[in-house]
Write a protein that binds this ligand. Structure first.
Ligand code: C5P
Length: 397
C-alpha cells in the first residue's frame, strides 16, 4: 500500500470542508498510514474530535493543555517522527498565521516548530471572496516562498452558495498529493509527454475500430512522473479513467489526432513516453453517414490506410526528447521487442505480454536497452510506473 509504515499528522482548522477530512483520513488509513489528528478549537465546531479519533484509532489533540499531552514540549515532539504534515482544511485565518509565524494554539505551534525536512502541506478551503482578497493572496505567496506545499483549492460551487475558487480538493486528490510528497524528486524541472489508452478509428459516425488498452499503465506513468517533480502532458485516447491530479490532459480519438497533438507539443519536452496502443491502420473509406444493412445481405468493404507512427516520428526529430516506447506482444517478447527498439531507433523499449496487461491492475515489464534487458517483476501498475520513472531519470543523469 502506498502509505504503509508512514506516519502522517493531519491538522484541521475551522471550515465546513472538515466533513471531507473525515473521508481523507479514512483514505490515508486505507493506504496503510498511521495518522495523528490535531484540531483547532474552531474545527471542533464542524466535526467532533470523537469522529476523528474513531477513524484514526489515535487520540486527537486540540489544545496543548489537553490530558493526553503530558508535557509542555509536546508541540515539538508530535511532529518529530512524522513523514508528512498536512493541514486540511486550511482557513484563510490559518494561512495568515502560517505566513506570519503566529503560534497561538496547538496546531499553529506545531506548524511553527515542525522539523525543516518534514513535508508540510496545506489544503486551503474558503469562500471565493476570502480567497481572492489581496491579503490572502499575499499570504499564499509567502507560504509558497517558505516551501509549504499548497494543495488546490479547486473551483466550483461553495457551501455558502457562491461559485468560484476556494473549494478544498477531494479526499482522493489529497491522498494523491500526500503520496506524491513522499516520492523522490528525480524528475524535478523536467517536462514529460505521455501518450496513453487506445485509439478509435471511425468506420461511420457510430461505429469504429479500437483495442483493449485501458490506459492504466500510461496514466500510472503520468502520475509517477508528476510525483517525481515533472510537468506532465498526457495525450489520451478514449478511456474511462480519471485524470491524475496536477496533470494536463488532452483527449483525442484517432491516431492521426494523437500524432498531430504530440507533434504540436513535443518541441519543449525532455522525455516522451509512448504508451498508447495506437491503431496501425485507419479506415480509408469511412462513411460520413451511418451505414445501412443491405437488403441483399452484402457486407461493406472496408479499405485501410496506414497511420503515422508517432513514436518513430518523434524519435526521428533533430532535437528529440529522450524516447521510451512500449511493446505489447502476444508471444516471443524478447525477439520482437529488441527488434522494435532498433527499428524505431529509441534508447529504451518496455515490453509486456498483451493478455497479461490489457485492462489489468498488475503487469510485468521488461526493459530493453543497448546493453540487454532487465525485468521489473509482476506488481501493481502504479508501483511499476514509479520504478520505471526512477529508471528513466537515472538514464538522463
Ligand atoms: O509498432 P508498434 O505498434 O508495435 O510499437 C509500439 C510502440 O510504438 C508503442 O510505444 C506505441 O505507443 C508506439 N506507436 C506509436 N504510433 C503508432 C504505433 C505505435 O507511437 N502509430
Amino acid at each position: 500500500m502506498e502509505l504503509t509504515g508512514k506516519k502522517i499528522i493531519l491538522g484541521l482548522t475551522g471550515g465546513i470542508a472538515c466533513y471531507k477530512s473525515a473521508e481523507f483520513l479514512r483514505e490515508m488509513i486505507r493506504a496503510g498510514a498511521s495518522v495523528n489528528v490535531v484540531m483547532t478549537q474552531n474545527a471542533t465546531q464542524f466535526i467532533t474530535p470523537m469522529t476523528m479519533q474513531a477513524l484514526s484509532g489515535n487520540p486527537v489533540y486540540v489544545s496543548q493543555w489537553d490530558e493526553p499531552i503530558t508535557n509542555a514540549l509536546a508541540h515539538i515532539h508530535i511532529t518529530r517522527d512524522a513523514d508528512a504534515f498536512v493541514v486540511a482544511p486550511c482557513t484563510a485565518n490559518f494561512m495568515a498565521k502560517l505566513a506570519n509565524g503566529i503560534a497561538d494554539d496547538l496546531l499553529s505551534s506545531l506548524s511553527l516548530a515542525r522539523p525543516r525536512h518534514l513535508p508540510f502541506m496545506v489544503a486551503p478551503a474558503m469562500n471565493v471572496e476570502m480567497w481572492q482578497n489581496p491579503a490572502t493572496q499575499r499570504n499564499l505567496a509567502q507560504l509558497r516562498e517558505d516551501g509549504i506545499g499548497v494543495l488546490g483549492p479547486a473551483s466550483g460551487a461553495q457551501a455558502c452558495g457562491d461559485v468560484g475558487m476556494g473549494r478544498m480538493l477531494e479526499p482522493l486528490e489529497l491522498l494523491q498529493e500526500v503520496v506524491a510528497a513522499l516520492q523522490p524528486k528525480s524528475l524535478a524541472g523536467k517536462r514529460v509527454l505521455i501518450t496513453a489508452g487506445p485509439t478509435f478509428e471511425p468506420i461511420d459516425p457510430v461505429r469504429g475500430i479500437t483495442n483493449l488498452s485501458s490506459g492504466k499503465m500510461g496514466y500510472a506513468l503520468a502520475r509517477a512522473a508528476r510525483e517525481a517533480g515533472a510537468e506532465v502532458l498526457l495525450v489520451s485516447g478514449p478511456t474511462a479513467l480519471a485524470t491524475p491530479y496536477g496533470i494536463t490532459r488532452i483527449d483525442v480519438q484517432t491516431a492521426q489526432q494523437m500524432y498531430d497533438t504530440v507533434m504540436g507539443n513535443v518541441s519543449d519536452q525532455d522525455i516522451f513516453i509512448a504508451v498508447a496502443a495506437v491503431a496501425d491502420w485507419r479506415v480509408a473509406n469511412a462513411s460520413t453517414q451511418k451505414m445501412k444493412k443491405s437488403e441483399k445481405g452484402d457486407a461493406p468493404q472496408l479499405q485501410f490506410a496506414q497511420n503515422p507512427d508517432i513514436l518513430a516520428s518523434v524519435a526521428a526529430l533533430k532535437k528529440r526528447p529522450y524516447c521510451v516506447g512500449f511493446a505489447a506482444e502476444s508471444e516471443d517478447l524478447l525477439k520482437h521487442a529488441e527488434a522494435k527498439r532498433k527499428s524505431k531507433n529509441i534508447p529504451l523499449l518496455v515490453g509486456n505480454i498483451g493478455h497479461e496487461t490489457f485492462g489489468k491492475d498488475e503487469n510485468t515489464l521488461v526493459l530493453f536497452d543497448d546493453k540487454g534487458h532487465v525485468e521489473l517483476p509482476r506488481s501493481d501498475k502504479q508501483d511499476l510506473a514509479r520504478q520505471l520513472i526512477a529508471n528513466v531519470a537515472k538514464r538522463l543523469t
